[in-house]
Design a protein around this ligand. Structure first.
Ligand code: MG
Length: 385
């Protein structure tokens, strides 16, 4: 674990700036203009949906932060919201608002239904309100205005309970797109992922049987949509009608609820059985690297080294670091295979190969193994012909 942290720090020293043009550089292409803000009322970071009985945790990092959660409630539902402390964040003076219903034409929540400052424990907030009509409502947590001068940072939990009728997070604000539907619900997606990982396994087993693997060998993987699936986050985003938000993404990452891509865990276990190493080179940011490692381990994937993004999203330097023995517990090694969902997960590859002769793609199916991802990627910015 400590060595993994060291590897991250080394990445920090080794990398700076984006080596490619911004257009092609970012693996997670934001669907909309991204300044870390999601759609919703001006200045509010809408982070996630809120379901009854399910607490959401987040960190307020700025005195003027306004963090939002969306819930769906039917007419006459009594909605109760409570903010509690998490960790050592005692002394947090919160301010809580319930706004809505969400207006269909612009997605705003102009009506303030209820507000509270200190009705909860200490200076924390708690409120109860009966919603007038079925719709989406926004629970908004911020720092109380008078406490802003002394505020530094606070971690909190927001809990929703509903009485008298029903509320949930499943009201259809926007239909699920075919892309997310396919990843979540299609037999074809599952079969394709398993097929890709079986191809990978057969390739490595053949190299092993032929004595072609070097003494120290490593397979390098991307994380998102390669080893773990974020289709749940994409679903929540679509249902909320939200664009990509770096803040909401980080909250999702720290929930550690990404699921294993079919076939991924078995392949990484086979690599270990055959004496190889598993490296993960991901463009998740360094601050989220520990949560990423936790999530991977939870779904049965045990990387020997992980390098998150510090500077550039271009992975070439980090692949070299893996080869040099500067990633976790992996000694100096040879990369024998790349696995990813984005063309930039493969050495010397880019979107331009779509125009080239098939021979430009000859490594796919042998050294390069690609996992399907119709939800996002560098492809999304290609011209629509
Ligand atoms: Mg990916």
């Amino acid at each position: 674990m400590r060595r993994l942290v060291v590897a991250t720090l080394l990445t920090m020293l080794a990398l700076s700036g984006c080596a490619q043009v911004a257009e092609s550089c970012d693996e997670r292409a934001p669907a909309l203009g991204d300044e870390g803000k999601a759609d919703g009322p001006a200045g509010v970071d809408v982070l996630a949906m809120l379901a009854p009985g399910e607490g959401r945790e987040a960190t307020v990092t700025g005195a003027r932060d306004q963090l939002g959660y969306v819930l769906y409630a039917e007419a006459g539902t009594e909605v109760k919201l409570e903010v509690t402390h998490r960790g050592s964040s005692r002394g947090f003076d919160s301010y809580l608002q319930l706004r809505g219903p969400r207006r269909a034409d612009d997605g705003d929540y102009p009506e303030v239904l209820a507000t509270d400052d200190d009705a909860g424990y200490g200076q924390l907030s708690r409120l109860t309100a009966t919603v007038p009509e079925a719709g989406f409502y926004l629970a908004q947590v911020s720092v109380d205005e008078e406490a802003r001068a002394a505020f530094t940072e606070a971690r909190f939990r927001l809990l929703l309970t509903c009485e008298g009728s029903r509320c949930d997070a499943d009201g259809p604000i926007a239909p699920m797109g075919d892309d997310v539907h396919w990843v979540r619900n299609a037999a074809e997606y599952r079969a394709l992922s398993i097929q890709a990982y079986r191809t990978a396994t057969a390739q490595i087993e053949a190299m092993h049987a032929a004595g072609e693997l070097p003494p120290s060998w490593t397979v390098t993987f991307d994380a998102d949509e390669t080893l773990i699936s974020n289709a749940q986050h994409e679903r929540e985003r679509q249902e909320l009608g939200l664009g990509y938000s770096a803040r909401a993404w980080s909250v999702w990452v720290n929930r550690r609820e990404a699921t294993a891509i079919p076939g991924a865990a078995a392949f990484t276990a086979r690599i270990h059985e055959l004496g190889g190493h598993v490296a993960v080179v991901t463009n998740r940011k360094a601050a989220d690297c520990d949560a990423t490692l936790d999530n991977l381990r939870t779904v049965g994937i045990a990387p020997d080294g992980i390098l998150c993004r510090v500077g550039t999203s271009n992975k070439t330097t980090r692949w070299q670091m893996v080869e040099d023995g500067r990633a976790g517990d992996i000694p100096p090694t040879t990369l024998v295979m790349w696995v990813g969902d984005n063309i930039h997960d493969f050495q010397a590859m880019g979107q331009e190969v779509r125009h080239e002769d098939e021979s430009a793609l000859e490594a796919f199916g042998s050294r390069f193994i690609i996992i399907p991802n119709p939800m996002y990627g560098s492809w999304a910015r290609n011209e629509r012909l």
